[in-house]
Design a protein around this ligand. Structure first.
Ligand SMILES: Nc1nc2c(ncn2[C@@H]2O[C@H](COP(=O)(O)OP(=O)(O)OP(=O)(O)O)[C@@H](O)[C@H]2O)c(=O)[nH]1
Ligand SMILES: [Mg+2]
Length: 801
């Protein structure tokens, strides 16, 4: 049997950080309470047979929310062999409240005071010997972040689990002890001795869960009730408060003996920053600016340079080594290209009219970005100039002549396959399928890494927790709770942990609503298609990605307001009590690790599920029934493919949204498998790349496509998470149906109203869009329905406990 050590402590005290360093795992760490919502096990490094369990944070052993129940049940029902209680040294008073309960459990406890690096920097001193004597268990000092003292702490816990015994030092007042003695005698005397005290105290508090678990006989219950009543009458308070108060009084005494504060009363750095960042008026604008910067840096500056290289170079024709020669070649190619078009126009005119033009003549010019072809006029003088240029070059300039030219993967693979004499279908599968599809997704890796890096930094330093606080003020105006923001915050990485994070919401209706709306926020997998639309149709503007983020957030707020007006969701928002963690500079290692974790899972997905999807998409795209029967198709025959047939059958649904072509319809459907697939599928279906996409989408249609895929049902994995968290098929379908309907309605408005502004008015479409708008406004402003009875009996206001 393995020795089991549980890491228990308040939220955000560093349990997961310690867990990662003790076990070498990579669990997610963030600077706000409620990051871990499930227990995780790992083997202690260099110690065979010791299993460490990371638990969600708890403030006490009376849980209110789902993830707190997980922690409590593990401690009480599965009873680990030892508890390593992590205590945030910068917040001893609140943290020790849990400690006083843990030492009563009858399980050996070792207290590890964490964040000692901060405590020391603040100049505070903790007397551990004194604290250890007061609590009745060993106390060690650690810094999980810096890794100091962590192994010693784990070994102390192992030692205590094997040999130790923790006996609580604290006694309640005489009246309470008297009642406890009676309860022990009457109700719990047949339990193991070390557990009796804890159960007696819980019975005294009339804890529902313990009462339910013990199934006491009615006579015994009545007997202990008289004891409790007597104590309550004597102390003039209810039993639960008596216990809570006495614990705090005791903690106050302990703290007085063991802690010497240097920085009492001064405003800390965090408080000063918060005065600005969470300011009533500045908070939101600062948030908007920061999010814009995050997307600007990842999408436009650092990210784009790298992504362009990945898309056009690595997964395109090729690139100049170190960029040397690129601009010279670019200039030459452009000069030659535009001159050649004029010369072509001249020759075409001559051929058509049988005589060379003497004056002005028309020629076709092509826009480099959109590939749009327009007719221009050139003069004879321009022709002579152009002819000179063309003659100077002789032929189209070769990139290899300007620097060291490295061919891209498609070129290499193509020539390799040709040399090996691969069959046509195999070459097609590899180049037009896998390289085009998976390559299109992998091309976004640099951007994603920059984005993940910035998000990891914001999460780790503590800023994101402030956003929940700032948004709470906004959300509350609409009857929503800022608590709903935490899942969305996690959802910017991936929707699945986001949906799971809804467990921190105690109110069942708010929780359901949060599950339904969390995936509106663009997750990492949606970023590539947002970026593709921005790049192909909007000239790479950073506003597109930033707007997607705020469209997602608006969708959450609007949905919240609309849903809250229905019977099923009505009711006061859950009170939002979250302490703001102190800001701190995250370690480089931690931020990089978090970035790499997310980035790697993105890459891994490209190699598995995206790869499989692209193979399927390629096969159904490049094969079809023609007049000569079933065969492989050429690039210009794709309209006859199997996929085109299927896609066309559903594409009409999207005509009102402006992108009723089968390619876009198919891409949206493959997006349900994984959202990265949208980019991969478009990569296969538009062999001409971004310029071909730009040709097929107007700006209004492009943005409508973006909005639809942002808001509609998430990928299957996330739908599975919704199913698990809702724990009900009806609610799951309701969530998916609502998401798709909302996506359709908003995309319809975007396209129809956007087109009308662009001068492409479609009267019927516009009427439909206006109707949707009116309906939404009605849903937003109609009076509230009376709430139905709340089904769960959870209490609110846990911080008071
Ligand atoms: N300065 C400092 N920061 C730390 C230390 N240990 C953890 N942190 C930071 O504290 C924050 C919370 O760490 P987590 O490990 O996620 O905390 P947790 O206890 O698992 O939190 P929940 O899962 O929400 O209960 C992170 O930003 C950590 O980087 C430490 O020793 N010193
Ligand atoms: Mg954790």
């Amino acid at each position: 049997m393995d020795l089991r050590i549980a890491l228990a402590g308040n939220p955000n005290c560093g349990k997961t950080t310690l867990f990662n360093s003790l076990t070498g795992s990579n669990q997610f760490v963030g600077n706000w309470p409620g990051v871990t919502v499930e227990k995780k096990e790992g083997k202690l490094k260099k110690h065979d047979g010791v299993v460490i369990t990371d638990l969600p944070g708890i403030y006490s052993l009376s849980p209110y929310t789902l993830e707190e129940v997980v922690a409590r049940n593990y401690l009480i029902c599965e009873r680990p062999d030892g508890i390593l209680n992590i205590v945030d040294g910068t917040n001893l008073e609140r943290n020790l409240y849990l400690t006083t309960q843990l030492v009563e459990l009858g399980i050996p406890v070792v207290v590890a005071i964490n964040m000692m690096d901060v405590v020391q920097k603040n100049g505070d001193k903790i007397n551990t010997a004194e604290l250890s004597a007061a609590l009745g268990c060993k106390v060690v000092e650690i810094s999980a972040l810096k890794g100091t003292g962590v192994m010693e702490a784990a070994e102390a816990a192992v030692d205590a689990a094997e040999n130790g015994k923790t006996v609580p030092m604290h006694t309640f007042s005489g009246t309470v002890e008297h009642a406890l003695a009676h309860i022990e005698e009457a109700a719990v005397h047949n339990m193991p001795e070390e557990q009796q005290r804890w159960y007696a105290i819980k019975l005294f508090e009339r804890d529902d869960k313990v009462l339910e678990q013990m199934q006491l006989e009615k006579t015994i219950l009545e007997h202990i009730e008289t004891d409790i009543r007597a104590a309550e009458a004597e102390m003039d308070d209810d039993a639960e408060s008596i216990i809570t108060n006495e614990r705090y009084i005791y903690i106050g005494e302990v703290i007085k003996k063991c802690l010497r504060r240097k920085s009492a009363g001064k405003l800390s750095h965090s408080d000063k920053i918060d005065k600005v960042v969470t300011n009533r008026f500045l908070g939101l604008p600062i948030f908007a600016v920061i999010m814009f910067l995050v997307y600007y840096l990842s999408m436009v500056t650092v990210g784009t340079a790298a992504t362009d290289w990945a898309n056009d170079g690595l997964f395109g024709d090729g690139w100049h080594l170190f960029g040397i020669g690129s601009s010279a070649y670019g200039k030459a190619a452009e000069e030659y290209g535009s001159a050649a078009l004029i010369v072509e126009g001249y020759n075409a005119y001559a051929e058509e009219n049988g005589a060379a033009p003497t004056g002005d003549f028309p020629y076709l010019s092509e826009d480099e970005e959109t590939l749009e072809v327009t007719e221009e006029t050139a003069t004879y003088a321009e022709y002579t100039e152009a002819l000179a240029v063309v003659e100077k070059y002789g032929e189209a300039p070769e990139p290899a002549a300007y620097g060291i030219w490295v061919p891209g993967i498609p070129v290499l693979v193509g020539s390799g396959l040709e040399k090996a004499g691969a069959a046509e279908w195999l070459a097609g599968l590899i180049n037009d399928g896998i390289v085009a599809g998976v390559g299109a997704v992998l091309g976004f890796v640099p951007q994603m890494l920059v984005l993940f890096l910035l998000l990891a930094f914001l999460e780790a330093c503590g800023y994101m927790a402030r956003i929940a606080f700032v948004l709470d003020r906004v959300f509350r105006k609409f009857g929503l709770s800022g608590k709903s923001f935490i899942p969305m915050l996690i959802g910017t990485g991936c929707g699945i942990p986001g949906i799971m994070a809804s467990r921190t919401i105690e109110n069942e209706r708010d929780r359901r609503m949060t599950i339904m709306t969390t995936t509106f926020i663009p997750c990492g997998a949606k970023v590539p298609f947002i970026s593709m639309i921005a790049g192909a149709i909007f000239g790479g503007s950073a506003w597109v990605a930033t707007s997607a983020y705020f469209v997602g957030m608006a969708a959450v707020i609007i949905s919240g307001i609309m849903l809250k007006k229905t019977k099923k969701f009505a009711g006061e928002p859950a009170p939002f009590v979250m302490e703001l963690p102190a800001y701190h500079l995250p370690t480089v290692g931690n931020v990089l690790r978090s970035m790499w974790e997310r980035g790697w899972s993105f890459i891994r997905k490209a190699g598995t599920i995206i790869l499989l999807s692209t193979i399927l998409v390629w096969f159904t795209t490049y094969f079809g029934f023609t007049s000569e029967g079933f065969r492989m198709l050429g690039e210009e025959e794709l309209a006859q493919s199997l996929l085109a047939a299927v896609g066309s059958a559903v594409a009409w649904i999207f005509i009102p949204l402006g992108w009723g072509n089968w390619q876009a319809a198919v891409a949206s459907v493959t997006g349900l498998v994984a959202k990265e697939n949208i980019v991969g599928t478009m990569g296969i279906l538009y062999p001409g790349g971004w310029p071909e996409i730009a040709e097929n989408f107007s700006m209004a249609a492009g943005y409508s496509f973006l909005v639809f895929n942002l808001l509609c049902a998430p990928c299957f994995a996330a739908i599975g998470a919704i199913r698990r968290e809702m724990n009900n098929a009806g609610w799951t379908w309701f969530a998916i149906g609502y998401q798709c309907l909302l996506a359709y309605g908003v995309a319809l408005m975007v396209y129809q109203i956007g087109s009308a502004f662009a001068g492409n008015l479609n009267i019927i479409g516009l009427i439909a869009a206006v109707l949707v708008l009116v309906l939404m406004i009605y849903m937003l402003f109609r009076p509230c329905k009376e709430p139905t009875r709340l089904t769960t009996g959870v209490k609110s206001g846990k911080m008071a406990a």
